[in-house]
Design a protein around this ligand. Structure first.
Ligand code: UDX
Ligand code: UDX
Length: 458
């Protein structure tokens, strides 16, 4: 089979894997190869059980794999034979030196740029897929030009906006595709090649273009806006609990204003995930770097409220349960940072589990997809935690349940049966407001939702 173009993606993670699977699925005329330094991960991509759980992913991988989608560890060979290279290696928050705990750690990114330079023998388009600080493309260009062969490369920014759990639908029907390029003839030509790929399935009106810096910043800004909405509603949930107002009513009233919109206004135990905190910290660091302290503080407030919300939830549990959790059995319903994913990065469940163990509670954790990651996250306290797949068995003999992840599964459980198996008085803390509070109260539970009056039998 002769392919029209060879596309390579470096980094077979949550972003690279599904995005490339979709391109391969929709564009059989292109050969798409995904490479990674981690052989175990590549082996999983080539196996029956993919390394990430994402509804609908199996189907498209199965269709395209070994047709025009390939997973491999041959990075140098992949670079040599490619026309377009997507880079989606991870860019975690830096954990050392200048910018420790704030700036993006760009070491993998730079190493990848150097490897591209070293292995390339023909002109290539390099696409930034990873979320990066503004002006990273410029740094990459400097590296790529360092051996006098810079004209071979054109760097584009094409941030990925997919959310975990809905990745396949987000990739299939994106709100927008954003491509940033230099506005030179060469830059525009490269941009048009990328536009052509997406046009295979995305309506033209949804493909927007800009300069590179605006594109890089738009990704950070989008995540910051989304996180800001959650912190806004979560900050008001604290006020609702003091005033007997109901956050669901407030969200509904605010969200029906079409200038505001109704999405991302669900109060919760706090947002998690690999992106929101990392990207806001990155934004804050950039602002500080440019002397924009007021702007930095504004965005830092979004993270402060999120930390506050997690602490507040744990404290509410302690207060409600007569100010002592020592020796009490508490069951966490869900450990993933959101429903429909096994991902636990930055999950509020990690904070909550550690906090409850500090109070000497006994923890039982259940989750339909995330137990493997949960065990890894809680390795240092694993002796004090039990992991149980079945939610009924998990709640058995417990004093309290805390709903941490909004899995649909938890909405429809037989709470009467669960109540019967628990120690009385039985408590339920709904960190996602997903169950019918009145109904479980009538069963006998003492119910503590987020941002609503508690329903108690005392
Ligand atoms: C990551 C970042 O978190 C996100 O900010 C960015 O937008 C895209 O990359 P994700 O795909 O979720 O998102 O990361 P992860 O699942 O950790 O995948 C990154 C992959 O890159 C890993 O499989 C890792 O092994 C691989 N990698 C890392 C390389 O192949 N080469 C490297 O030098 C470093
Ligand atoms: C996010 C962005 O949505 C996506 O566009 C970007 O590419 C990556 O970061 P993701 O982290 O996968 O995606 O999930 P998202 O659906 O945004 O949820 C993030 C967190 O916010 C989760 O912990 C979720 O439970 C929480 N959340 C979301 C709320 O607490 N309330 C809400 O109303 C919505």
């Amino acid at each position: 089979m002769i392919f029209e173009k060879n596309i390579l993606c470096i980094g077979a993670g949550y972003v690279g894997g599904p995005t490339m699977a979709m391109i391969a699925y929709k564009c059989p005329q292109y050969k798409v190869t995904v490479v990674d330094i981690n052989p175990a991960r590549i082996a999983e991509w080539n196996s029956v059980k993919l390394p990430i759980y994402e509804p609908g992913l199996d189907k498209i991988v199965k269709k395209a794999r070994n047709r025009n989608l390939f997973f491999s560890t041959e990075i140098a060979q992949g670079i040599k034979t490619s026309d377009i290279i997507f880079v989606s290696v991870n860019t975690p928050t830096k954990a050392f030196g200048a910018g420790n705990g704030m700036a993006a750690d760009l070491q993998y990114w730079e190493k990848t740029a150097r490897q591209i330079l070293q292995c390339s023998e023909s002109p290539k388009i390099i696409v930034e897929k990873s979320t990066l600080p503004v002006k990273t493309a410029q740094a990459m260009e400097k590296i790529l030009k360092s051996n006098g062969n810079g004209d071979q490369f054109e760097v584009l920014s094409n941030p990925e906006f997919l959310a975990e759990g809905t990745a396949i639908n987000d990739l299939m029907n994106p709100d927008r595709i954003l491509i940033g390029s230099h506005l030179t003839d060469k830059g525009v030509k490269a941009r048009d090649e990328l536009v052509k790929i997406y046009e295979s399935w995305v309506p033209k009106s949804r493909i927007i273009t800009s300069d590179i810096w605006s594109s890089e910043l738009s990704k950070l800004a989008s995540n910051a806006f989304l996180a800001q909405r959650i912190s806004s509603i979560n900050s008001l949930s604290a006020l609702c609990e003091k005033t007997d107002a109901d956050i669901t009513n407030v969200s509904q009233a605010v969200g029906m204003d079409c200038r505001i919109g109704n999405r991302f206004l669900n109060a919760s135990v706090g947002f998690g995930g690999s992106c929101f905190k990392k990207d806001i910290l990155n934004l804050v660091y950039l602002c500080r770097n440019y002397g924009l302290n007021e702007v930095a503080e504004f965005w830092e407030g979004v993270i402060r409220i999120n930390e506050y919300q997690k602490k507040r939830f744990a404290l509410n549990m302690l207060t409600a349960m007569f100010n002592t959790l020592a020796g009490k059995r508490i069951c966490l319903y869900g450990f993933a940072f959101k429903a429909d994913t096994g991902d636990t990065r930055e999950s509020p469940a990690i904070f909550l589990a550690k906090r409850l163990i500090e109070e000497k509670a006994e923890l039982i954790i259940t989750d339909p997809e995330a137990l493997k990651n949960a065990k890894e996250n809680l390795r240092e306290i694993s002796g004090e935690v039990t992991f149980v797949e079945d939610p009924y068995e998990a709640a058995n003999d417990c004093h309290a349940i805390a709903i941490v992840t909004e899995w649909n599964l938890y909405k429809d459980l037989d709470y009467e049966k669960i109540y019967r198996s628990m120690i009385k008085p039985a408590f339920i803390f709904d960190g996602r407001n997903i169950i019918d509070h009145q109904k479980v109260f009538e069963i006998g539970f003492n119910v503590y939702p987020i941002g609503k009056p508690a329903l108690t039998h005392f």
